[in-house]
Ligand binder design. Structure first.
Ligand SMILES: Cc1cc2nc3c(=O)[nH]c(=O)nc-3n(C[C@H](O)[C@H](O)[C@H](O)COP(=O)(O)OP(=O)(O)OC[C@H]3O[C@@H](n4cnc5c(N)ncnc54)[C@H](O)[C@@H]3O)c2cc1C
Length: 458
């Protein structure tokens, strides 16, 4: 059922200042880059109507966003162009400005009655909110919209594994499966005059930005909510029903939604509701998908929220750190530098194909990500070097990189959220994955020839 009610658990005051006289109510959009099923946006509309003010939505584009390159910026700008059109249709003003995010938001906050922001969980996102809540002369509200269950409701501590958070998250999720309807903005705000970047000319915007352009945009993924919804529609009609079946390499039954989730171009709640409501699909298939979207994804968010060292090996459980340490000097039969790995110059055609696909498509199926990452541990000389190489390549090439999922899953390769296994060379008690293990999951030969055919000439 559609409702404009935003659960109190999603809302938090970030300072104790009052609502003041101002030219507009300001929504600083950063994580939830969408106009649909965005609790922060709907809350901002409600506050603007209450304040009898217009609504300005502002996005801060910074050239030195951690680890971002041309591939990420283009995808994001395509999404922001979608947001601009959608907000315009709702008579809401939207501005994207380039600069230091806290400075440009604080600048706009000087003329605001109130400021509303959404919620990302990485270190710099938290720091930006703290600075802005301090500097804004008005009340600042945070509204959490990129999880199904608000992170502190899911758990009040860092969880050990999926098994320790699953019951609580599945139980509490029931209270949050409420679709969100839109509230009309009473005061047309499209005439608010604020200068920003022209999103009808993304190429020009990209030329103005000094960002790393060594990683090119990809053909298979275009950014934006409309693209995300098209992917979801295809997934629901063609693949959800076989989500719990073994994968076909040529046509994997996955949603391809991770880049859109990463940039907040689609809401996890909206996806989950559509999955639940889909007729003619088994409960097992739906549950298997929700295990990933709800339990695993929100376990990763629990991890970056409660673990300060989420991007360092210090985050590992002690059993994993100890066993890797004990086996660090074990002999490696193959040894590659970070450059050889990045150039896909190993003896293993399946691994090379995965690296090539990652570089050119910006995406890999989960089984291939596992194999790719486990082999980096096996073929590099220290755990620290393996961790840094895997995380750097992950964040450089994946469109969904630099996400809570990136940090949790790269650390998972080294034992995070996992249990001890039978001890073996190099890995110690950390889970191992062999080439045969990959062969049991996918048709490796077909996969390798498919990648060679598709990307050989590039
Ligand atoms: C070494 C390694 C690195 C990874 N790096 C990333 C990364 O940088 N960014 C990223 O989003 N995911 C990462 N993952 C998790 C997972 O592989 C991807 O989320 C998934 O493959 C994305 O494809 P999809 O959207 O088609 O997934 P689907 O199977 O359609 O799943 C739907 C959604 O559920 C979530 N999900 C699926 N699998 C996982 C998982 N294992 N853990 C947490 N959430 C999951 C994602 O949000 C995904 O979009 C990594 C996994 C491994 C093993």
């Amino acid at each position: 059922m559609a409702s404009s009610i935003i659960q109190d658990d999603r809302i938090k005051r970030l300072n104790d200042k009052d609502c003041v006289e101002g030219a507009y109510t300001l929504y600083w959009m950063q994580q939830a880059q969408r106009s649909e099923c965005n609790h922060a946006l709907e809350f901002a509309v409600q506050r603007a109507n209450e304040n009898k003010s217009g609504l300005l939505v502002a996005f801060g584009l910074t050239e030195d966003y951690p680890d971002a390159n041309h591939r990420h910026y283009r995808f994001m700008l395509e999404g922001l162009a979608n947001v601009a059109n959608a907000l315009n249709r709702r008579s809401i003003a939207f501005v994207v400005r380039n600069g230091k995010v806290p400075d440009l938001v604080s600048d706009l906050a000087r003329d605001a009655c109130e400021l509303i922001c959404d919620r990302g969980y990485l270190r710099h996102q938290v720091e930006w909110r703290e600075i802005i809540a301090n500097e804004a002369p008005c009340a600042v509200w945070q509204v959490e919209s990129d999880v199904i269950v608000p992170v502190e409701i899911a758990s009040d501590k860092r969880e050990y594994a999926a098994r320790t958070i699953r019951t609580q998250i599945n139980e509490t999720a029931k209270g949050f499966f409420t679709d969100l309807s839109t509230t009309s903005l009473e005061k047309d705000s499209t005439r608010l005059s604020v200068n920003g970047l022209d999103l009808t000319k993304i190429d020009d915007v990209l030329l103005q930005l000094s960002v790393d352009d060594s990683v090119r945009p990809v053909d298979d993924f275009k950014g934006g909510t409309s693209q995300a919804k098209a992917k979801l529609k295809t997934f629901l009609s063609r693949s959800l029903g076989s989500y719990d079946d073994p994968i076909s390499v040529l046509d994997p039954a996955v949603s391809f939604l991770s880049p859109y989730l990463h940039f907040g171009q689609i809401s996890p709640l909206a996806i989950a509701i559509e999955v639940q409501q889909k007729m003619g699909v088994s409960t097992d298939a739906k549950d298997a998908f929700l295990e990933e979207l709800l339990v695993r994804r929100e376990l990763a968010i629990n991890f970056v929220h409660y673990e300060k060292e989420y991007d360092s090996l210090k985050c590992l459980p002690s059993w994993a750190a100890d066993t890797l340490d004990k086996h660090e000097s074990d002999k490696r039969n193959h040894h590659y530098s970070a450059t050889e790995l990045e150039n896909a110059e190993t003896h293993d055609p399946a691994w090379n194909a995965a690296m090539i696909e990652m570089k050119h498509r910006g995406y890999l199926h989960n089984h291939l990500r596992m194999y790719w990452g486990k082999k980096i541990i096996q073929w590099t000389n220290t755990t620290a070097h393996a961790y840094r190489t895997a995380l750097d390549l992950n964040n450089k090439y994946f469109l969904d990189g630099r996400d809570a999922n990136s940090y949790a899953n790269v650390a998972w390769l080294f034992g995070l959220h996992d249990r001890a296994h039978q001890e073996r060379p190099i890995f110690g008690k950390v889970r191992y994955m062999s080439a045969d293990g990959l062969r049991r999951k996918i048709d490796v030969d077909t996969y390798v020839s498919q990648i060679e055919n598709e990307f050989e000439s590039l």
